[in-house]
Ligand binder design. Sequence first.
Ligand SMILES: CC(C)(COP(=O)(O)OP(=O)(O)OC[C@H]1O[C@@H](n2cnc3c(N)ncnc32)[C@H](O)[C@@H]1OP(=O)(O)O)[C@@H](O)C(=O)NCCC(=O)NCCS
Length: 242
Amino acid sequence: MTTPTEPDTLLAGTDTRMETLFRVTERLRGQLPDSVIIELGAEDAAGDLLPEELAATEGWAPHRRTQFAIGRMVARRALRRAGYGPVPVLFGPEGEPLWPSGLVGSISHKRQSCIVMVASSKKLRSVGVDLEHDRQDSAEADIVRRVCPNDREQDQATALAASTASPGTLFLAAKEAFYKFQFPLTRTRLDWDDVVVSFSPPDTFSALARNASGMTVAQGTYLVDEGWIVTVVMENQALSLR
Ligand SMILES: CC(C)(COP(=O)(O)OP(=O)(O)OC[C@H]1O[C@@H](n2cnc3c(N)ncnc32)[C@H](O)[C@@H]1OP(=O)(O)O)[C@@H](O)C(=O)NCCC(=O)NCCS
């Protein structure tokens, strides 16, 4: 069983936004394997970066460095629950987080809210997560055009309007979670039209992309609730096809 996250860890300095995200994440937990550790945080989580992280982010804009610091502190909570000490979580040349050996993980920010997922690399080869606000966007038509280039995805976006205020953002979140999932495995940069997503409401989707070594196919889980969209893509259903 997943150890339930301590409420005081999640809700220190609580506000409505974090309370709703906490509830949504608790619902999402039921859709994920027990081996996945989920942690959340917001401004209150922004503690001190470790020296290696401070050096790596020197000169960054203050806003971005604060966001990064929130992510690292939330990541360290997740690492602690996975049995790891307070190690730096640096990043690779494309911005991908570098987890300690034996772990896979993913980070997403929405403004100053942050979600981190980690799991043992013995259980999962990769994981990708994305967090977005579920709210109507005056640019919805543009988002759908940009993120869902093919007719089938655009038709699905129309159908998904029954379950989200912004189907375009839901597609975006699915593709970004898939991107973060596949990047550590394939080192492939992808654009929106490289990834094809197909939703199976109420809570799953599949995603696939071609890359230099063939095709990556993965299953995703999504939840739209209380003004949030959370998407997760994991390796356990993934196939690599030539
Ligand atoms: C990686 C990316 C998708 C992040 O999405 P975002 O909505 O801007 O921001 P999020 O807060 O959700 O995610 C940011 C986190 O993603 C992680 N990340 C960044 N690059 C990554 C990569 N190549 N692989 C895996 N994870 C990555 C980092 O942990 C980062 O947070 P941090 O810098 O504080 O550690 C985006 O920055 C990017 O590189 N886009 C180019 C590719 C793309 O979007 N293609 C279209 C979708 S297929």
